[in-house]
Write a protein that binds this ligand. Sequence first.
Ligand SMILES: Cc1ncc(COP(=O)(O)O)c(C=O)c1O
Length: 475
Amino acid sequence: MAMSATPATLNVLLSFPSPNQRRLHLGTSNQSSSFLRTHLVNTKSFSRTTMTVAVNASRFENITMAPPDPILGVSEAFKADTHEMKLNLGVGAYRTEDLQPYVLNVVKKAENLMLERGDNKEYLPIEGLAAFNKVTAELLFGTDNQIILQKKKRKSVIDVCVFCSLKVATIQGLSGTGSLRLAAALIERYFPGAKVLISSPTWGNHKNIFNDARVQWSEYRYYDPNTVGLDFNGMIADIKAAPDGSFILLHGCAHNPTGIDPTPEQWEIIADVIQEKNHIPFFDVAYQGFASGSLDTDASSVRLFAARGMELLVAQSYSKNLGLYAERIGAINVVCSTADAATRVKSQLKRLARPMYSNPPVHGARIVANVVGNPELFSEWKDEMEMMAGRIKSVRQKLYSSLCTKEKTGKDWSFILKQIGMFSFTGLNKAQSDNMTNKWHVYMTKDGRISLAGLSSAKCEYLADAIIDSYHNVS
Ligand SMILES: Cc1ncc(COP(=O)(O)O)c(C=O)c1O
C-alpha cells in the first residue's frame, strides 16, 4: 500500500546529492517511498519545485478504492459490451419494447403546463412543495382516510377550521432513497439503540442506508430457496423474536429483489404480530401502481396497517411509477396516533433535512402535483401505468412459456409467474449469474435477480436459452 510522503522522508532524500543515490535509497526503503519513486526519481533535477510537488502529495492516500455499486455498476459493464443480443436486466428501470427509456406522456404534459405557467425556480420550504405533500399522502392512504382528513373544531354556530393538523407528518424527500435516509436519521436521533429488521434478501441499498445512519439492523427470513417463495413461518418467527419496539422494514408491494409479496391474509397476520410486539412498521413503497397496475391495490398493505390505528413510517418513490428516476422525488410519511405528535415529528424531520440538503428540488414535485392533482392527467397516468405493468406481465408470461418449452428435465418454472412487479428472482446462484453475463451477455445482479422491465418479447427466447444453460450446465 502506498503511503504519503512525510516531511521526514523528504529530508532524508534531500540529503543525497545525486539522483542515483536517491534512486538507490528509494529502492531499498519501505512502502512509503512508492509515491516518491513515481514523482521524484523520474525528474531530472531535485529542485525545490519538485519538492513542492511531493509535499503536495495527496492527503487522501489512505483512502482505498470503493467497490463498484452492485446494481449501478452492472449498467457500466453493459455499456462497454458490443454484442447484439446483450441485455441489461440489472437496473430496475422501465424500457419500451425497443428497450429504450420511456418518458410518460403525462409527464411531458405536466412539464408543458409548468412552462406555460412560467413557474419560477425559487427555493422550496424545507418540507417541500405543499401541493405535492398533500397529493402524495392522499395517493398513499386514500383521499378519504381519516389520518389525512383535516379536523374541524366547532366554534359557536358555524364550523370554523381553527385546527388543521393531520395525523401524518409528510415531507418531500430525495426520492425513495433520500426519504428512507431521512427516516433512518429520525430513528437514530429519537430511538437510540432501536433495531431495524430488514428482509433477507432485500434491496441492496437498505443496508447502506442504515449503516450510514448508524442504525442497527438485522435480518428476518423472507425468501425460501426450496420453494422460490415466501418463508412466511420464518418471517413471523423472526419478527416475534425481535426486541419489542423494533422497526420492521416491509416492502409495500413488489418486493425487491424477489418479486414475492405476502397474500392479503398473510399481511393481516404480519400486522397482528407487529402489533403484539409493539413494533413500528416501516414501509418502503417504491412501486405503487407498478406491481398490479392499480395504485389502490398496491397501497393496500399500508392502508391495512393504517386502518388498525397503528403508528407507522412510509417512504415513497416516484422513480418507477412516473418514470421520474433522475428527478429524485419521493416522500417520507410518519403516521402518529395524535395530530400533535405528527406536528412535532414533522418539525424534527425538517430539522434533520436542513443540514443535509436544505430543501428539496422543485421540478419533480410539480410534475407529481400536476399529474395527481389534475383529474384528466391522473386518469391518463393510470392508463399509462397499466400499459407499463401490462408489458412487464406479458414478458413474464412469455419468458415462462419459453422456459417450459426448452426445459428437458421437468424443472418447474412456475414460480416466475407467482412473482410480481419489475423483478424476477430466478434462483440462479452467483456462478450461474456470472455465466449469464460472461457467456450470454445478460447483465444482472449476482443474486440471480433480473429486471423484466429491461426485457423485450423479442428477446424472451434468447433469455430462456441463457437461463436454461446457466441453470443446468453451471453448478
Ligand atoms: C425497494 C426499493 N426501495 C427504494 C428504492 C429507491 O429508489 P429511488 O431512490 O430511485 O426512488 C428502490 C429502487 O430501486 C427500491 O427497489
